[in-house]
Structure formats: structure tokens, C-alpha cells
Design a protein. Structure first.
Length: 314
């Protein structure tokens, strides 16, 4: 999904259909009860189309097999979640050393498995988010000097040696913005959509000194599971993200873009690019689960091919 800024640029340049698409996106704009790091409004645009896509994902979910290789999928998805954050190991290697991992990379995967299991067994709230984070980052935490006692107590910067891509929330504001985020968790909204927005906002404010992505992905799975989508344990969402990792980072970056609306004299964020990306990812992950079940049925041994999710094992 293109950003509002790009659509405005194309519209001003006279690109065919750009103005119509822009107007349609803005016509169905929805304010969210969250604020940006600098107090910006946070919105969704094109809500009518987003709601159709959410309904499509929900319909696909109904076809996902029940209890299909759940523990194996949790391992594969935990491996993918750790791989997204830089772990270099394999599922087979982690299985062999699961009870006594020797390397940081193996430990990251093992921690992610334990974190996923904890998140499925507990509704994640402000009361236990730190517990989940400590499970995920045990013995592998970077920036430990900024760990704090609940959220981080120092600044971290997202990027590399060449550039800073994102400056997250200051530690002083974290208690307030995280309280707002957990309050958002309780509002009336489709649980799939709400979990995706929670995922984005969590990595956007970056409440911890390390492990924010792994924690956010575990929380999203937990939210969906405890909202009644029990089969989500058999859907490898992180693996589908890992198969299109560039799109993940681009969607986050596009949704962090501040839109300077001169006409309305305001600055706001549109998180629709991340929502659109994650809905496509969830659709892919669910299709993989369905196709895997079909393949297993043909082989008759429960070990059929799992489609693209297996790419994470390479």
C-alpha cells in the first residue's frame, strides 16, 4: 500500500487515478486512541478496504486446520522471529541443544520458544509484559545497561553504523504511552486489526532496550489466541514475515512517516501500510497452514511439505 505522501505527490503530478485513490483513502480515515512520539494523531486510512481485507483473513482462518503440528510450528516460528533479529542458526541445530544452548543465536531461538509458550498461556498485559520480555532476552540482551526495572531507562536508536532510521520514544514518556497502548488493547475493534496496530505501536515506541520485535510478535500471537482464534498457534506468522522481511521493515518505516497536512494544520501518522502488509502476511501464513494440511493428508504421515514456511529453516 502506498503512503499518503506518495499518493499526494502522484496526484499533484497528474498521475491517472492517484487523486481518486487518495480521496478514497482519506474519505475513510479513522482516528485511533493513540498518539505519536511527538503527539501526532495516529490514523488508519481506507478503512472500508481494510475491513474487507480483515473479513477475508477471518474467512480464511476458518479453513486453517486444528492442532496441526503446533509444537513444530512454534519452533519454526520462534526460529524465524529470532532470525529476523539477526540469529544465525538452524531449527535442527536448536533442537539438538534445546536444553543446553551453547551459542547466543541458539539461545535466542530457545528463548523465543519459551516466550511464545508463555504468551499463549497468559494474557499479556502491563502486569506481565516485563516477564515476557525477560524470558525472550534472557542471557542474550543487548544494551543491558539501559534495561531499567519496567521499561528501558535510556535511549536506543534504530539503524546501523551508517544511519539512524528511527528514534523511538524517550524513556520518560514510556510509562504514559505504554499505558495508552494497553488501554487501546481493551477497546472495541476487530481483534485481528487491533493486534496488528498493537504490534506496530509497540515496535514504534520501542519500550525495551532490546528484543522489541520478538516481544511484539509474541504478544500479537497471544492477543489473537486469547481473543478466541485458538488455531493461530498453528499459523507461522513470523515465518511469513521472514519470507518478506524487506516488506516488513518498509511497512514499519512507511507507517512511521509524519504527514504534514497543511490544509488541516496538523501532523499525523497513517499506520495503514503496516496493517495492509500484516494482513497479507497473515493470509500467506494461513494458506501455508492449509496447504500443509493438504500435503500431509496426501503423504499420510503428518510430515508433508509446509510450503514457503520451510524457507526459514535454511
Amino acid at each position: 500500500m502506498e503512503t499518503i505522501s506518495i499518493l499526494k505527490y502522484k496526484s499533484n503530478a497528474g498521475i491517472p487515478n492517484a487523486k481518486e485513490e487518495l480521496n478514497e483513502r482519506l474519505k475513510y480515515r479513522k482516528d485511533l486512541p493513540l498518539r505519536g512520539i511527538e503527539g501526532e494523531r495516529i490514523c488508519l486510512t481506507g478503512m472500508e478496504e481494510i475491513e474487507k481485507k480483515v473479513a477475508s483473513v477471518r474467512a480464511l482462518y476458518e479453513k486453517v486446520p486444528s492442532k496441526h503440528r503446533v509444537q513444530a510450528l512454534i519452533m519454526i516460528d520462534a526460529h524465524s522471529s529470532a532470525t529476523i533479529e539477526g540469529a544465525h542458526t538452524t531449527v535442527d541445530k536448536v533442537k539438538k541443544c534445546f536444553d543446553n544452548p551453547q551459542s547466543k543465536d541458539d539461545k535466542m531461538v530457545v528463548n523465543a520458544v519459551h516466550g511464545c509458550n508463555y504468551a499463549y498461556n497468559h494474557c499479556i498485559s502491563a502486569d506481565n509484559i516485563r516477564v515476557l520480555w525477560e524470558i525472550i532476552t534472557k542471557d542474550v540482551c543487548e544494551n543491558q545497561d539501559k534495561a531499567g526495572t519496567l521499561y528501558r531507562n535510556g535511549m536506543v536508536y534504530i539503524g546501523n553504523d551508517m544511519e539512524t532510521i528511527h528514534i523511538p520514544c524517550s524513556p520518560e514518556k514510556l510509562p504514559e504511552v505504554m499505558a495508552d497502548l494497553f488501554a487501546f488493547q481493551q477497546i472495541q475493534m476487530d481483534e485481528i486489526l487491533k493486534s496488528i496496530i498493537f504490534h506496530f505501536y509497540f515496535v514504534y515506541v520501542h519500550p525495551f532496550c532490546d528484543g522489541n520485535g520478538r516481544t511484539a510478535r509474541a504478544v500479537q500471537g497471544s492477543q489473537l489466541f486469547h481473543a478466541g482464534l485458538k488455531k493461530i498457534k498453528g499459523v507461522a506468522i513470523s515465518s511469513a514475515i521472514n519470507d518478506n522481511l524487506h516488506g516488513y521493515y518498509k511497512a514499519i518505516k512507511d507507517s512511521e512517516e509524519r504527514i504534514d497536512d497543511v490544509d488541516e494544520n496538523e501532523i499525523w501518522l497513517d499506520v495503514s501500510p503496516f496493517v495492509d502488509y500484516m494482513l497479507k502476511v497473515m493470509e500467506t501464513a494461513m494458506l501455508n497452514a492449509i496447504l500443509s494440511e493438504n500435503a500431509d493428508g496426501k503423504t499420510g504421515n503428518g510430515e508433508g511439505k509446509r510450503g514457503s514456511c520451510l524457507h526459514a529453516e535454511a
